[in-house]
Design a protein around this ligand. Structure first.
Ligand code: DGU
Ligand code: CA
Ligand code: CA
Ligand code: CA
Length: 190
């Protein structure tokens, strides 16, 4: 995976609201103390909050990551690069029938999760790479509104060690479809 060179760097202390299309031009957005410390605290704020129907493209999210990107409804994340994931990289909200896409880009440095699916609908992750994480995708197990959720991984490269690609809730009939997955390196867990 070829990570992009940042064209510029901006510290972010207040969540950037994306309504429509936002092309970051490969600027590195560095979460400041106003968003969170990038640890596992659940009270952190996202760098970007993408409204229903929005597209976020060509942005680099720098360390310490905070709560990454939130989508409040269907959204597209294109060539988003998480250099050091904070609490998690992206959170997907919205009701049944929502459609979320993550296309291109890469993420690394998660103590725990990369993608957190809290709303309904389907998340499709294509042409994506991840390293140094525990779980690539988690369908929320205890959200206040629960949904049936689906995840599709196609053309995804992960670097070991990692604990799991997807965590889904069988009791809510979640589905996961995995195609063209490449695992680089040895995973020597028991
Ligand atoms: O209700 O308890 O980890 O969005 C929410 C859940 C919890 C979420 C999730 C997140 O899973 O806070 O980061
Ligand atoms: Ca969390
Ligand atoms: Ca989170
Ligand atoms: Ca991290």
């Amino acid at each position: 995976v070829d990570w992009p060179e940042a064209t510029d760097e901006i510290e972010v202390n207040e969540t950037i609201e994306v309504d429509g299309d936002f092309d970051g031009g490969n600027v590195r957005y560095v979460p400041g103390p106003g968003l969170g410390d990038g640890g596992q605290g659940e009270d952190q704020l996202p760098v970007f909050e993408v409204s229903e129907g929005g597209t976020l493209s060509d942005v680099i999210i720098g360390s310490p990551g905070a709560d990454g990107v939130h989508c409040s409804g269907s959204c597209a994340l294109e060539r988003v690069w998480w250099e050091d994931i904070g609490e998690d990289a992206a959170t997907f909200r919205g009701g049944d029938g929502s459609r979320f896409t993550v296309t291109g880009g890469a993420a690394r440095g998660a103590d725990d999760k990369v993608f957190q699916h809290n709303g309904g609908g389907e998340l499709t992750i294509t042409d994506f790479a991840a390293e140094d994480f525990t779980t690539l995708y988690r369908s929320c197990g205890n959200c206040s509104s629960q949904y049936q959720r689906s995840v599709v991984l196609d053309s995804v490269e992960v670097t070991a060690p990692a604990s799991r690609l997807v965590g889904v809730n069988e009791n809510y009939d979640d589905t996961a479809t995995l195609t063209d997955i490449t695992v680089i390196g040895d995973d020597d867990r028991d």
